[in-house]
Design a protein around this ligand. Structure first.
Ligand SMILES: Nc1ncnc2c1ncn2[C@@H]1O[C@H](COP(=O)(O)OP(=O)(O)O)[C@@H](O)[C@H]1O
Ligand SMILES: [Mg+2]
Length: 357
């Protein structure tokens, strides 16, 4: 159990690291960010940072020596980096989680082994596997590179009657997973926290709308039945336990209708705090960021209480130019991440609106 004044090392320096650092500071803990990107917006709010490559073992060694525990805000930390650090300091969540979630196929196999539903899927490493995969999952389908995709990058939809090989070529013939296209009613996520002593606290199920494959709006509570909400939280809890997880994770799900009943299929797992949990900063008594810090510090988790009906809107690219507008909207809280260049598709900030119960 860390004492106030101890230092948490965080790999990754984006807005998630920035908001984790702010939460840590509220609890009297210090943060040291490690990121290879000199423009990391988390550097601006921390007590120490290291700007070095994930392969720089001298810098990693110094980093490990200067912190009390290590966590990450980004799931593509190279396995070798995580292993190097884990020999020197405790890394939470444990690096096995990274191995599973960095590869969409290994992740889907892991979920299926837990008897949790997913879209039908197949591995695609060759043109003949692509044809066999289409036989298995049907069309339309979505082809996704196994590794390094985010915000819809590394994905191609395959409609009926189009050239499937062209879709695969558009992904540079990289190893892929082919998924049957799910006709979902809505998309939801569960943000779950698990403490070092194995207790789990889930936030309420969040409903998510994407635009151009990027999260646009999150709403809580999600429009789902109490039974479905309970099922979704049970699934997230099962995944957190199976990983022997310490920290916050997000499980993205599709809500589908099977006759009269709604049910969920798991889309993907993010082994970190998640954009669809940003509403918890202003919309609940404890945020996902604070829960993560509590967990990796070995502290007890809080029981989150939601403060009203909540909506979180991302400010993407030049949408941040209109941020001023939100300053005077009743019930709105503005968060800007301090990024200079509002490139298209870049997450620049978000706004949370809390409405009466
Ligand atoms: N099998 C699928 N069926 C229908 N829609 C999908 C499917 N897979 C992904 N999508 C859509 O694309 C979005 C992004 O895909 P996802 O697998 O979550 O990748 P990432 O968020 O890493 O880019 C999802 O939120 C969903 O809207
Ligand atoms: Mg996703």
């Amino acid at each position: 159990m860390l004492k106030p004044g101890a230092t948490i090392g965080i790999l990754g320096g984006g807005q998630l690291g920035r908001m984790l650092a702010i939460a840590a500071q509220q609890l009297g803990l210090k943060v040291h960010i490690y990121s290879p990107d000199k423009d990391s917006c988390a550097f601006d709010v921390v007590h120490a940072f290291t700007c070095a490559a994930y392969e720089d073992e001298a810098a990693l060694g110094r980093f490990a020596g200067s912190v009390d525990v290590i966590t990450y805000e980004f799931e593509n930390v190279p396995a070798k980096t995580a292993a190097f650090l884990a020999k020197r300091k405790q890394v939470m969540p444990n690096p096995r989680v990274l191995e599973i979630t960095q590869d969409r196929l290994i992740e889907k196999n892991f979920i299926s082994e837990l008897k949790i539903g997913t879209a039908p899927y197949a591995s695609v490493h060759s043109a003949s596997q692509l044809a066999a995969g289409i036989e298995k999952v049907g069309l339309p389908a979505v082809l996704k590179t196994k590794q390094l995709g985010y915000d819809g990058k590394g994905q191609a939809k395959i409609a009926k009657g189009v050239d499937a090989n062209a879709a695969w070529r558009s992904l540079k013939n990289e190893p892929c997973i082919l998924e049957g296209f799910v006709n979902f009613e809505r998309e939801v996520s569960v943000i779950a926290a698990r403490s070092a002593d194995g207790k789990v606290e889930c936030f309420e199920v969040t409903e998510n709308e994407h635009r151009d494959h990027i999260l646009h709006l999150s709403k809580v509570p999600a429009k789902v039945s109490p039974a479905l909400a309970a099922e979704a939280r049970k699934i997230a809890t099962k995944i957190a336990k199976a990983f022997d997880y310490v920290g916050v994770l997000a499980v993205e799900m599709f809500v589908v209708r099977a006759g009269k009943k709604q049910t969920v299929l798991v889309n993907e797992i993010a082994p970190r705090v998640h954009n669809s949990g940003h509403w918890t900063i202003d919309g609940a008594t404890v945020s996902q960021f604070e829960q993560h810090i509590r967990a990796v510090a070995g502290w007890p988790l809080a029981k989150p209480v939601r403060l009203g009906r909540v909506e979180m809107t991302n400010l993407i690219g030049t949408e941040a130019n209109e941020a001023q507008h939100w300053l005077t909207v009743p019930g709105a809280s503005l968060h800007l991440y301090g990024k200079k260049d509002p490139r298209p598709g870049r997450k620049m900030g978000h706004v949370t609106r809390v409405f009466g119960k």
